[in-house]
Design a protein. Structure first.
Length: 194
């Protein structure tokens, strides 16, 4: 049973900038740069037939390419922070892409995502990190920003259950381009889920 999610890949030069933020926070378990991504929709553990339906639904998406920028650092978890992340500057095209995926996946029978969508790149998972250390880390690096980067596809990733996330496997790529015929481009000749 594959565990799936859709995401936007982070270009190498942006990943390098993010990797420079690693360290300096006791209790932080840092994500490897090759696993950085912006999640669009977590799908979860599903059977091969449903995975094929997911891939088919995603292949129908026709959206224009995006230009995104990462801006600012923050923590998820409120009073009990569990992750440090880089935020994504608001972008209507990104919001529309995520909302379309949500609608399509619900249409094929998947449950609605229970959390509000906050586009981000997870940098570290936190375990027993002191709030004062987190606040200090964020105050020193919170003004982080990148140049805009082009996004011309999104990816259906699979992962295996692991601590800290990754490694992730790109199962299928779906191009972002306007107009008819913008169907998903399969990596292999046959479905990865059959």
């Amino acid at each position: 049973m594959p565990r799936l999610f859709t995401a936007i890949e982070i270009p190498p030069e942006i990943a390098l900038s993010l990797s420079m933020l690693r360290g300096g926070l006791p209790g932080g378990r840092w994500i490897d740069p090759e696993n950085y991504h912006i999640t669009l929709r977590f799908i979860g553990d599903i059977d091969g037939r449903t995975a094929d339906e997911v891939a088919g639904a995603l292949a129908r998406i026709e959206r224009r390419p995006l230009r995104l920028r990462l801006r600012g650092l923050d923590a998820f978890g409120g009073n009990k922070p569990h992750a440090i992340y880089a935020g994504v500057e608001p972008d209507p095209g990104l919001s529309e892409l995520q909302a379309e995926q949500e609608r399509l996946l619900q249409r094929i029978g998947l449950k609605a995502e229970g959390r509000r969508y906050v586009p981000h790149v997870t940098l570290a998972r936190l375990r027993n990190a002191r709030p004062a250390d987190i606040a200090s880390y964020l105050s020193l690096r919170g003004d982080f920003t990148t140049e805009r980067f082009a996004v011309d596809r999104f990816v259906l990733f699979s992962s295996r259950a692991s601590v800290g996330g990754g490694p992730y496997i790109a199962e299928e790529h779906f191009p972002l381009r306007a107009g008819r015929g913008a169907a998903g481009r399969h990596i292999g000749a046959t479905s990865a889920f059959s």
